[in-house]
Design a protein around this ligand. Structure first.
Ligand SMILES: Cc1cc2nc3c(=O)[nH]c(=O)nc-3n(C[C@H](O)[C@H](O)[C@H](O)COP(=O)(O)OP(=O)(O)OC[C@H]3O[C@@H](n4cnc5c(N)ncnc54)[C@H](O)[C@@H]3O)c2cc1C
Length: 591
């Protein structure tokens, strides 16, 4: 039987850096990853060797689910078929839902994500201080973690608020010069924010640092460039690089790939004041054992193995899998576990609840004459529905850019509509969404099954979340119609007669209901205050009700951080490394 100081489950931005840091502190660490060590290589964006194909629902109501234009079915030959809810799929098609890819290889979703590296609002960190009273979560302190891990490749050394000696590589593509038709649209946006509109200055803003240090940043609207987690060569940096560097440097980090953790093991003694203590994990060894893996075959059951942790087990399986692992281990809502005869360890009502996401949707314009060459621009906007006066909408945009969400690229419906000539997209991503009604629930006690995932969009805070999206659509219609030196007509959301401010009432609302998507799920095993039955973790990442078990990944955030969660997850991993090391010398029961 394998024994280590720490066992970390999942090698994404949550688990990968933490496992590496603990090994660098000379603790023996087993990092367990269900995927293998494949990379994207020359294959398409979400190839089976690095992707788990989840299918989710957006609503409890089937009618609203079917308003989506990009739904996925599975055919009897095993291939996917993608179409609108109003289409008629082939007779043998089985409905799956909305495609929601996740990375499943060494490096997790940081191996397939879009790499956008945008720091959250200070209020997202301070929220954790307010909830828990733990001042170490203050934004000022969290920025220090960013500075510690960042290896900035796009600013001059010494720029305040940035780091230049860490492992987390950041870079930015700065445009040389912005030309028509994009220039005319960006000029309209600059004018709207009372910024300079000449070509040189607009170009310069489009290469500006979005992660600048300024106490007023979260209230500042305008245009910036997009930092990404990339190396100086422009190649992807991911959690995988840090893991590999740690192993190459011969620190005591053992990586087990093709290993699907099925549950946490607990001592049944009373050594920890009556609380169960996590002693290790059970896992299935074998390739493609999870049903979200497109290469899964029914007969693959794997070989059951166990590993023991002398100190702690840390779960970092991501927002869908962490709650699944906890529930399979007996930590979850009591009634739900009873449905599947899973022996209860802790009645933790918050596990798999509180799921949040940044709602996204494009506003499509058609440029007369010329669609222009691809380049992208990024703006931050404050709508009338900002819940706290902070900027609440991020917009990425560009010619030929119609980001309509996700569907499997290897699907078989040849009749999927193509984008029209001259397409321009302003793609909104909602900051500070109010809805926390999303959930992850088990469908069985079989660890190879995917859970039932429903975002329950707009179920809570609809006026704010939907209102901000309607404001942004109206704003974009006006931007398109005031573009300088270029004619742009708004195509989507379609509206026969917008009012003078660009609004289209219920028509917009219906379109948003159908076409909203997301890909930043968080908060399904959240930190919360003592005594709150929904608080799965305390502010030191410890799972309440047991000892020797923590969660460190995107599921820990009580409130979704900013617009892009990946940099926050790397920061959390770094913070957790300090916390775990601080507690390392204590007895596990006392920690
Ligand atoms: C397509 C896409 C685009 C994105 N774009 C951006 C972006 O541009 N910017 C941004 O900020 N964020 C983006 N994100 C989100 C971001 O990548 C995630 O928030 C981040 O990776 C979360 O890190 P994590 O460690 O919580 O989980 P993950 O990165 O998902 O890692 C979890 C790991 O755990 C493994 N695992 C799961 N279950 C088990 C098990 N039972 N046993 C063993 N191993 C297991 C998985 O295989 C995976 O490797 C994107 C995500 C996707 C999918």
């Amino acid at each position: 039987q394998d024994q280590y100081d720490y066992i970390v489950v999942g090698s994404g931005p949550g688990g990968g850096p933490l496992a590496s840091n603990l090994a660098r502190a000379n603790y023996s660490v087993l990092l367990i990853e269900a995927g293998d060590s494949s990379t994207q290589g020359a294959s398409g964006q979400y190839p089976p060797q690095i992707t788990w194909d989840f299918f989710v629902k957006h609503y409890a109501d089937e009618k609203r689910n079917m308003m989506n234009h990009k739904l996925t079915w599975k055919l009897s030959n095993g291939r996917y078929w993608v179409g609108a809810g109003t289409d008629t799929p082939p007779a043998d098609a089985k409905f799956l839902g909305v495609y929601y890819p996740r990375g499943a290889t060494v490096g997790g979703s940081s191996m397939i994500n879009a790499m956008c590296t945008w720091l959250p609002s200070d209020s997202d960190w301070n929220y954790i201080v307010n909830v828990t009273g733990d001042a170490s979560w203050a934004a000022e302190n969290m920025r220090k973690y960013f500075v510690r891990i960042e290896k900035n490749n796009y600013l001059s050394k010494g720029t305040a608020g940035h780091g230049f000696d860490g492992y987390f590589q950041t870079n930015m593509n700065k445009p040389a010069s912005v030309t028509q038709p994009m220039l005319g649209i960006m000029q309209a946006i600059a004018q709207n924010y009372s910024l300079a509109t000449d070509q040189a200055q607009v170009t310069s803003m489009m290469g500006g640092d979005a992660n600048f240090l300024d106490p007023k940043r979260d209230w500042t609207t305008g245009i910036w460039g997009l930092p990404t987690h990339t190396k100086p060569s422009g190649e992807r940096f991911s959690a995988r690089d840090y893991i590999q560097d740690t192993m190459k440097a011969k620190f005591p980090l053992t990586l087990a790939i093709n290993s699907l953790v099925t549950r946490v093991l607990f001592s049944n003694g009373t050594s920890c004041g009556g609380q169960p203590r996590a002693t290790g994990v059970e896992y299935l060894s074998g390739k493609s054992l999870y049903k979200a893996d497109a290469r899964y075959i029914e007969s693959s059951k794997g070989t059951l193995k166990t590993a023991t942790a002398r100190k702690e087990v840390i779960i970092a399986g991501g927002t869908f899998n962490t709650p699944q692992i906890l529930m399979l281990s007996g930590i979850g809502p009591k009634e739900h576990l009873a449905e599947f005869n899973i022996p209860l360890v802790v009645d933790a009502q918050g596990v798999g609840r509180n799921m949040q996401d940044n709602q996204e949707m494009p506003i499509i314009g058609i440029i007369s004459g010329n669609g222009g060459s691809f380049s992208q621009a990024f703006a931050m906007h404050t709508t009338k529905h900002s819940p706290d006066g902070e900027r609440d909408m991020f917009m990425m945009q560009g010619p030929g850019f119609a980001f309509r969400g996700f569907w499997p690229s290897n699907q078989t419906n040849n009749a999927l509509p193509a984008e029209a000539a001259g397409t321009y997209g302003i793609s909104m991503v909602k900051n500070h969404p109010q809805n926390r009604k999303g959930y992850v629930r088990l469908v069985s006690a079989n660890p190879q099954d995917m859970p039932d995932i429903n975002f329950m969009l707009y179920e809570e805070g609809k006026e704010t979340d939907m209102g901000a999206m309607k404001d942004t659509i109206a704003w974009a219609r006006k931007i398109y119609s005031s573009a300088k030196g270029v004619t742009v007509a708004t195509k989507e959301p379609p509206c026969p007669a917008p009012d003078a401010d660009g609004y289209c009432g219920q028509t917009d609302e219906d379109w948003i209901t159908g076409q909203t998507f997301g890909h930043h799920p968080t908060s399904t095993a959240a930190i919360g205050k003592d005594g709150d039955p929904m608080a799965v973790l305390d502010s030191r990442f410890r799972v309440r009700g047991v000892k020797g078990l923590r969660v460190v990944d995107a599921s820990t955030f009580p409130r979704i951080p900013g617009i892009f969660p990946v940099v926050s997850t790397f920061m959390v991993s770094e913070k957790a490394s300090d916390v775990v090391k601080e507690d390392a010398s204590k007895d596990v029961c006392a920690a």
